[in-house]
Write a protein that binds this ligand. Structure first.
Ligand SMILES: *Cc1c(COP(=O)(O)O)cnc(C)c1O
Length: 382
């Protein structure tokens, strides 16, 4: 049996969520856009789910758009707002960070290359954290959108989102945050966080893969990216995936309800791993912030280790972890995130991300620590 320690990559579907989803595959299979009873049953399921999601985020029901994943939510937020703000007021400048997920990074790159937006990258500190003062210094009247990741998937650092949001609001500039990692572990609230756009993906919080949501604050200028029918307030055409939407709403409700209960044990196990690794493995470093980090997230670099080799050794020993980045076998280039926090390749190529979840036990953590100590030594000899 493999011990799964990669909950930042994806989480297993909660059984309570699956039970909620099942009737909508065959029994209540209607199209939510149809006028008849089966259609209305499906439409009610979608609208009840929308309300549940809105309640969990502190949003209004009309501010929640259902998408196919976190990636699509980021795409709609960035493209939709950038194009709308250019059309509305000639805004041509995008402000973002070097620690974004590829869903944001590659989208702003294309907005630059194909659509000639000027993309400016904010500095981050050694922990990958954005300083709100730097947003204040760089935001302009022609800024179309600011995009800052809520909590980083590779290194776990949590950004001061509410403060950055307040600055954007003062300047009347739309603020987007990728909260795909944050939502499973932090008390995300769109009002307290001063955000205009916020992206979610259900499979990171024990919901199904292939469904996500985007919060869009009332009054935000945005154009659809996927055009067609009038679904999702005209912002995301296509027949809704009813069972998955029902599943996402249930998963989010459970996550919110059990947040406090789950956080303390996760933090304790996370800190046990961090403490033991730094103490017992020579030439190891924690990546990301020591305190302002996700409660389930431990990430390291080991000098002189090939991160992919280490992952394979761990896998053979029965532990599923990640390097934190999509590092190609055979063509080792260090991740942009690790380079941006100032790590040189001899450190950055030896990255390891260990992310815990609802199924993780203290016994698994102890066994993992013992194995990791041996395997880092072994990887260094390869
Ligand atoms: C997983 C993830 C995404 C992509 O979400 P999908 O639903 O898998 O498309 C985007 N941003 C972050 C921070 C993520 O961790």
């Amino acid at each position: 049996m493999t011990t799964y320690l990669d909950f930042a990559a994806t989480t297993p579907l909660d059984d309570r969520v699956l039970q909620r989803m099942l009737p909508y595959f065959q029994q209540d299979f209607g199209n939510p856009s149809s006028i008849h009873h089966p259609g209305q049953t499906a439409d009610h399921a979608v609208e009840d789910s929308r309300r549940m999601i809105a309640d969990c985020l502190g949003a209004d029901t009309t501010e929640i758009i259902i998408t196919s994943c976190g990636t699509e939510s980021d795409n709609l937020a960035l493209r939709g707002t950038a194009f709308a703000e250019r059309q509305r007021r000639n805004a041509n400048h995008i402000l973002t960070t070097p620690v974004e997920h590829h869903a944001v990074l590659h989208t702003v790159q294309q907005l630059h290359e194909l659509h000639e937006f000027e993309v400016e990258v904010l500095p981050v500190d050694e922990y990958g954290m954005v300083d709100p003062d730097d947003v204040q210094k760089r935001i302009r009247k022609e800024t179309a959108i600011v995009s800052v990741i809520y909590a980083n998937n590779e290194i776990g650092t949590v950004n001061p989102i509410a403060e950055i949001g307040a600055i954007c609001r003062q300047h009347g500039v739309a603020f987007h945050t990728d909260a795909v990692q944050a939502i499973a572990h932090l008390d995300v609230n769109v009002q307290c966080d001063n955000v205009d756009l916020l992206a979610l993906g259900a499979h990171k919080f024990y919901g199904p893969k292939g469904v996500g949501a985007l919060f869009i604050k009332k009054g935000t200028s945005i154009l659809p990216v996927q055009t067609g029918g009038k679904q999702e307030f005209g912002l995301r055409a296509g027949t809704q995936n009813v069972p998955y939407i029902v599943g996402m709403a249930e998963a989010l409700k459970i996550t919110k309800n059990e947040l406090a209960m789950n956080t303390a044990p996760l933090k304790e196990m996370r800190d046990r791993i961090i403490g033991q690794v730094l103490e017992e493995i020579p030439e190891s470093q924690l990546t990301g912030h020591p305190v302002q980090r996700l409660p389930n997230h431990a990430s390291f670099v080991f000098r002189g280790v090939d991160g992919n080799e280490l992952l394979m050794l761990l896998d053979l020993a029965g532990f599923a972890c990640s390097s934190g980045s999509a590092c190609k076998v055979g063509n080792p280039t260090p991740s942009e995130v690790l380079t941006s926090i100032g790590l040189t390749p001899d450190w950055a190529l030896g990255s390891l991300r260990v992310t815990l979840g609802r199924q993780t036990t203290a016994e698994q953590v102890e066994a993992f620590i013992t194995t990791l100590k041996e395997l880092v030594l072994k990887a260094r000899k390869l």
